[in-house]
Design a protein around this ligand. Structure first.
Ligand code: 5GP
Length: 206
């Protein structure tokens, strides 16, 4: 059976990765979404096991010690990580999975899964990004400033990605990502692998 695609959607905080992912989930119900572990406190309305697995620092350290995380990163004083087992089982079962993670973690995934599909979601402009982080109304001024300076560093890492998608409008951005997924499934190298296996099977039967 063909492996599923490992899709990494990354980009600066506030660019709209979460919103894009939740729209994609509705438009592509067969796409599996990786739920991260974090030491950050739950925001209002967030549900444990749905938005994140909320962990204490000790629990998170224990996951690292057990090698239970595919990648993890510290981001603005909190830790975030991708549970490994779920990702590996999903791909092995032939389903596509999407990880919505920050840039350092995305680069670590690329070291382990260079065949993954790495998509960078871009803000239309830095002014727009600041407005989005401020407009969320959940962060202090210090956190906003910290997130903005991290965002500028993150945008400089765009060169490591396969695709850049501007999030000017949610629907348009989702449409571009859907097109990338369709195109990735049509890649010649995936067909060549299938063809080689088919030829080997045919030769064995003959
Ligand atoms: P937030 O606190 O706004 O939910 O997330 C902060 C940042 O952490 C976002 O850029 C988000 O994409 C990223 N993030 C969420 N889960 C993970 C993860 O498992 N690993 C990494 N490296 N980053 C994550």
């Amino acid at each position: 059976m063909d492996k599923g695609l490992l899709i990494v959607l990354s980009g600066p905080s506030g660019v709209g990765k979460g919103t894009v992912c939740s729209v994609l989930r509705k438009r592509l119900p067969e796409l599996v979404y990786s739920v991260s572990a974090t030491t950050r406190a739950a925001r209002q309305g967030e549900v444990d096991g749905v938005n994140y697995f909320f962990k204490s620092k000790e629990q998170f350290q224990d996951m690292i010690a057990r090698d239970a995380l595919l990648e993890y990163a510290e981001y603005v004083d909190n830790c975030y990580g991708t549970p490994r087992d779920f990702v590996e089982r999903t791909i092995a079962s032939g389903r596509d999975i999407i990880l919505e993670i920050e840039v350092q973690g995305a680069l670590k995934v690329k070291e382990k899964f260079p065949e993954g599909v790495f998509i960078f979601l871009m803000p239309p402009s830095l002014d727009e990004l600041k407005q989005r982080i401020t407009g969320r109304g959940t962060e202090s001024q210090d956190t906003i400033n910290h997130r903005m300076s991290v965002a500028v560093e993150e945008i400089n890492l765009l060169e490591h990605y396969d695709y850049a998608v501007i999030n000017d409008q949610i629907d348009a951005a989702c449409h571009r990502i859907e097109s990338i997924i369709v195109a990735e499934h049509c890649r010649r190298d995936r067909f060549v692998k299938n063809l080689t296996e088919l030829q080997a099977a045919t030769t064995e039967k003959a």
